[in-house]
Design a protein around this ligand. Structure first.
Ligand SMILES: [Fe+2]
Length: 391
């Protein structure tokens, strides 16, 4: 395939990957010039002992920290503003985020709010952040959002009940620590939803109109890692090898999306999060096979390649048939890890579909990246298919 796409890449995040790599946190804080840490952590990690494990590393190194664990799924802007107040009061000069995408997004936002004036709402959109934030280190405990290597932080705007992202280079974390041991306690249903989210990042980046040689490299490797390991991690949460592969796949999916973007699945999942608080990963996972089915005619060769990576025999098949196998492969992956095959299972009322479709089309960048340009009627048809369980 000839690559004609122009691209520019700025992926400045230092990456530490491996079992027990979290032990290097204190050295990393010092290396980045931090001396007072603001620790943003998902409260769900308490019972797994992860917060105490991370804070003990700071304690041992005598690095003072303030714990902020008011993280919720699909966080509102006010969580970033409240955290900012506490971080300022404690004179934090380094932010560490521990958890899933919500914790990392709040941590990223607080880092830039500490150096830029104003409130979180002021920075929704692209390129509004002027100054680099205080050093920020991300420690993902799901595999996952890839938020540890992206320049985006997504929030629910409580005023409009819609989701919105801050986007800009200052949001790139200075460092990410990926320790697969921290993902061992993830419950299976979270492993499934976050794993398919990571898979969706890789898939949507691969078929994106912005895809290029380097994003393809990340995306294809991520598709391979995730599709071959998600079932193993779901079936046996203690499988460290599968957890490592998933965390690496999630990281590579994040690196792919950071440069090639995501597509219609993410645009259509946005209103589900904003209007009904549906978890991001789950919304994407349910929508994914229906969007792929709709998209197929936009780049059948790429979907055929995905089917092949996912273990389907495509040789000798007409291109369209080979591409169609990707839909089957994704339905099977979803079914194997307990993802419902219909939006009906998420308690979303069908009479809100037209409103959902309108909102999805306002998520402009993912819609533009999509390999097939959707009309409002198209988006309605895809939502309806995702309700009915078939096109
Ligand atoms: Fe996502």
């Amino acid at each position: 395939m000839i690559q004609t796409q122009s691209f520019s890449i700025n992926q400045p995040t230092k990456i530490l990957f491996g079992a027990d790599s979290v032990k290097q946190l204190s050295d990393l804080v010092a290396e980045l010039g931090g001396s007072r840490v603001f620790l943003v952590a998902d409260p769900g990690l308490k019972h797994a002992g992860i917060i105490s494990h991370v804070s003990a590393i700071l304690d041992t190194a005598k690095i003072p920290y303030t714990l902020y664990d008011k993280v919720t799924p699909e966080p509102g802007l006010k969580l970033a503003d409240q955290g900012l107040k506490l971080a300022k009061k404690n004179k934090a000069n380094c932010v560490v985020g521990v958890g899933g995408g919500s914790a990392l997004d709040i941590a990223k936002a607080i880092s830039i709010l500490l150096t830029n004036d104003g409130k979180a709402e002021d920075y929704l959109g692209l390129g509004k952040i002027k100054l680099k934030g205080v050093p920020k280190i991300m420690i993902p405990t799901t595999a996952g959002t890839g938020a540890e290597v992206t320049f985006t932080a997504v929030f629910v705007n409580e005023k409009t009940n819609s989701k919105g992202g801050m986007n800009g280079d200052p949001l790139y974390p200075d460092a990410a620590i990926l320790d697969p041991k921290l993902t061992l306690s993830l419950p299976s249903h979270v492993t499934a939803a976050t794993g398919i989210d990571a898979f969706t990042h890789a898939l949507e980046a691969f078929v994106s109109t912005q895809a290029h040689a380097i994003s393809d490299m990340y995306a294809l490797e991520a598709i391979d890692l995730i599709s071959n390991n998600l079932r193993l991690a779901y079936a046996n949460p203690a499988n460290l090898e599968a957890r490592s592969a998933m965390l690496l796949g999630s990281l590579l999916g994040g690196k792919a999306l950071a440069t090639a973007g995501v597509g219609l699945v993410h645009a259509m999942a946005y209103p589900l999060g904003g209007m009904f608080n549906t978890a991001h990963g789950l919304a994407n996972a349910v929508l994914l096979p229906y969007v792929v089915e709709y998209n197929i005619i936009g780049c059948p060769d790429k979907y055929a390649a995905i089917a092949q990576i996912m273990g389907y025999e495509t040789e000798g098949l007409p291109l369209r048939e080979a591409a169609q196998l990707a839909v089957e492969a994704i339905h099977q992956l979803n079914a194997d890890v307990g993802i419902p095959n219909s939006l009906g299972a998420l308690n979303i009322p069908t009479d809100r579909i037209p409103e959902m479709a309108r909102i999805a089309l306002t998520v402009t960048r993912p819609v533009e990246n999509n390999p097939r340009k959707p009309t409002e009627e198209d988006v309605i048809a895809v939502y309806e298919a995702a309700f009915n369980g078939s096109f």
